[in-house]
Write a protein that binds this ligand. Sequence first.
Ligand code: ATP
Ligand code: MG
Length: 393
Amino acid sequence: MDEIILAYQGEMALKGLNRATFESILLKTMRRRLRSLGEFRVYKAQSTMYAEPVDDAAKASMDAAFERVSKIFGIAAVSRAAVCPKDFDVIAETALEYLHDELSTARTFKVSAKRSDKSFPMNSMEIGAELGGRILSRHPRLKVDVHHPELNVTVEVRDFAAYVHGGKKPGAGGLPVSTSGKAALMLSGGIDSPVAGYMMAKRGLSLICVHFASPPYTSERARRKVLKLAELLTPYTGNLNVYVVPYTKPQEYIRDHAPDVLFTVLMRRSMMRITNMICKKEGAEGIVTGESLAQVASQTLRALGCTDAAQELPVLRPCVGMDKTEITEIARRIGTFETSILPYEDCCTIFTPPHPKTKPSLEEIEAAEAAMPDLAALEAEAAAETPVEHINL
Ligand code: ATP
Ligand code: MG
């Protein structure tokens, strides 16, 4: 039996983008995300996207393909359906066969029929009533429940064929990646920044990742962990480039030349400036972090203000109003949590003073930076020497 994946757009925010652009980005994304699983024909009709497996590899990987399409932002709902000719008897047999297991285990069901091909001789009501009758005669144990059925036998009579499935599943929602532009995600090995990346990709941002490593204070294992986190994000973001900044020298320089209590904010400003340089080079127009208000000393309103003032790109902090438990819940749902809690060191946790200042003033911060004349050159050097890792889905 031929199967296909249907992806429904739902309500899209089309501000600033017309529907055609939006849809063509979505189609391109679907093609790209499915490519490694086999040959799929991806096309659109009546605002619905179709992913049709063409070769054996694609047909054998429908589970994985469905999973991938379910994670593409911009898609409101998905279904995996059997394809059949537009003939009622064939549709009914297809439904009985394709949904046999579900029909055998469910206690209640209903039939939802949708006919967008108006030349089909039966209307939706008639399809529903007739198919419902045939299902009941084969599965007399089943009961009809139109309000809360366990199984929603769905028939869609469309342009090219009829499609039968057991009901739509929610899609990833949001906007297609890249429709909102490009930004740099400051990716640590922690719980928050992968979640921040996921949230902003959901709003249509295409991401690059910037990670600061300070060997030998931070280890190769810590670096690999971050690359693993990037890999775990790729089902949502698509392929990711991860810039691993060699940050040892600027960080040691700050440690050796600035007041202890200002160390953390000075370092965060320095990281922001380097990220800004990478953004300029890569055409990214914003910075995303996993900061959450008052979670730690460097995330007080005052400290965030000082960090923001280090460079001019907008800094997006989608976790800013969330509790750790809320962030953790998303991390678990998207599958980054278990990797995030591996206990490796991060450059943000080395050299930190026991009592960082929670309310630094921008004047004292700028004075401290003025006393570090070589910092700018060290930052420029780190940015220039940053290697890129390509993480593919
Ligand atoms: P996370 O769980 O994301 O690590 P956190 O609660 O541990 O966040 P911090 O360590 O203060 O908080 O980091 C705040 C933000 O700064 C992180 O969410 C991330 O965006 C960025 N950041 C921290 N360390 C690094 C790093 N080594 N490389 C890149 N960005 C970093
Ligand atoms: Mg951290």
